[in-house]
Design a protein around this ligand. Sequence first.
Ligand code: 26Q
Length: 828
Amino acid sequence: MNNQNDLCVLPEAEKLPTDVKSLEHDFRRYLVHHLGRFLGCNPHYLYEALSLTVRDRIMTDWRNTWLQHRRPEQRRAYYLSLEFLIGRALGNHLLNMNLSGEIAEAVQHFSQSLEEIQSREPDAGLGNGGLGRLAACFMDSCATLKLPVVGYGLRYEYGMFRQRIENGYQKEEPDHWLRDANPWELERAEYTQIVQFGGHTEHFTNRHGEPRTRWLNTEDVLAIPFDVPVSGYRNGVVNTLRLWKATATDEFNLDEFNAGSYPESVAAKNDAEHITMVLYPNDSSENGKELRLRQQYFLASASLQDIIRQWELIHGEDYANFAAQNVFQLNDTHPAIGVAELMRILIDDKHLSWEQAWKITSDTMAYTNHTLLPEALERWPVQLFERLLPRLLEIIYEINAHFLKQVAIRWPGDSDRRRRMSIIEENNGKSVRMAYLAIVGSFSVNGVAELHSELLRKGLFRDFYELWPEKFNNKTNGVTPRRWIAHANPEMTALISSKIGDEWISDLSKIEQLKPYANGNNKTFHAQWQAAKTANKRELAKLVKEECGVDFPLDSLFDVQVKRIHEYKRQLLNVLHVIHLYNRIRHGDTTDWTNRCVLIGGKAAPGYFMAKRIIKLINNVAEIINSDPEVGDKLKLAFLPNYRVSSMEVIAPATDLSEQISTAGKEASGTGNMKFMMNGALTIGTYDGANIEMLDAVGVDNFFLFGLKVDEVEALKTHYDPQGLIAADEDLKAVFQLLESGHFNIEEPGIFDQVITAMKDPHDPWMTVADFRSYTEVQQHAASAYRDRQHWTRMSIMNTACSGFFSTDRTMQDYNSDIWKLSPMDLG
Ligand code: 26Q
């Protein structure tokens, strides 16, 4: 095998030429001879032809990396995730392959601009937000670090919905991103897997007297893999993201067919294809939806079967070393059914004993938690499981029985603890607690920021931490500096590299060499830094003008909050502050005023009433403020529709002030916060998630900290009195008076009543009103600080210079040294 692999490694000579002439030639060949189009065609085809030209130049590295992965002695990791929010690919590969210059020149010879062609690529919106984007940044860093990691996910026909704003309200439109061909995927039908659903189980004894289980009369669905290349930064590595598409088995249900139920048997085909039709657009769990559980099992089963198939190709049916060479990282509980599925494969198909199978499973699975919100913890009704995955339910029951025995030994007679820790919850109707299944089945459980991991140990998973303290660990999130600095902010990238060289791009710890340049004596550098920021602000202002019709003057403070709309993220607190500024302007309280442009963007889950109403409020407040001549350039508010990965590539480089204002203890980590910091924005933020570590890194002088801390939020719960706070604070009182007067909704009376009532409720879990005073004061500090442009520039440079820790390269090194223990591949 080894020899055969070596023979397969493609020699350097096989690589395609990358000079401008060859690129031009191939671009034309693809456009004319492959796609059958000409230069005046729909620009999508220019994008497709160019992508195919670039993809060709990735192929040999991709194949060599794949062969390296498959070496018998290579330990590998698999990142299992229902979401990979990868965004656009072309620009990213051009950067990684160092081809941007040549490609730009090549297309120029056809009078085309590379930027214009790049803008034609649809975002691959295969995720909701933070968790999905994190998976994409992880894949990027693993390739750059030469780690043998394969991503497994779903190839949704429709990604995250497109958001339109109509009369201030969010409207969802389906995102058929695959309508025009996707040049970045390679179908590998030869590795199709079969995934079973439904049916029933049968227990029997084989002719050797051994107990066996069969899962019979199932409805089978085919899983077809589509591979997407993940290139490393200029290192010869191209890893793989394998996405499954569901289709019906070719054989129709013959019984139904013969009984004359032709339509029913064809309908079954339809059912199968629905599994990967659409991404669920909730970023906190929507409970009990059968199709979602189908998606989860489909991913887990197809991926594990695929991995077992590859194992047997090399090792036959010998599983002795399986755990030594494979590790699975579960991206939240979404793929946690994989714990039971691996048990099923090893026991029912490979005939291992329970003990052998359990040893392998619990030595290979590792679980990452991404949320503290109890309502977001996944629970599946046992009834649903029974009908959809009867064999898996049996296995979960047996895992639970073994586990509860352990609990009983550790805490004899503590039946309350057994009830609390059981994988099966027995409230009104039984359900499966997926987080508990994941913890029991994994050797590692991690949170995504220091505070979050601590809250898991002390709160949500306390019982489990007492039982298995050694399983628990923290892995603070990061973001990839390739996409989020080098690609998104070429001006700043060139400036930084001109001072400290370009090694920081693949070793962000080196960005600290920028610190001396923060000093105000570096007048030229400061001026260049400001010029880069202003150029980026010009681009964002253009986007805001096009999308919202609002003018953003470039010398204003650009104050930005972009993320999913959720009550805990407190876009409302931001709006209260904007209304307060509006009041100040109306009352002429504008001495030493700092002009400010507030940008808010993000999608609301289609069924989340409050979140959608908050969008409407933002739009209505914007309408009033932006059309008031008294306000002028002093204050602007815009809601940017359809916030997505490619919008953030324009937004982060242009932002002065980044809003990270969640209620303390609610945001697991945040990762947008890091993208802003890297691009030289200052953060106004609460003591929450990774904000705390960012504050540590940059120092309190370069960060606008405000608000209650976790224990203060906790302590206040018993006597929280928002109405008392409003009555006692003249500014806040004025804000609520204006809101309640209907000033922002004259044409639609009452539409904000629920939003206002929620903030005034003593049981408001987000305590928006509690943080208003401190937020407003710190906003005032930020505004004054911005007036001293040299001071601000110093702080801005310091933020970039101190962002080294927040690279996913560091995060991946942490996962690797503590959990995965992979050796980098020998390539490039
Ligand atoms: C679950 C079941 C059914 C339908 C949907 C879901 C679902 C889907 C997505 C539940 C949660 C999510 C996404 C969660 C998420 O994005 N969490 C964020 O993860 C980031 C990366 O770790 C953190 O930085 C954020 O703090 C956290 O909110």
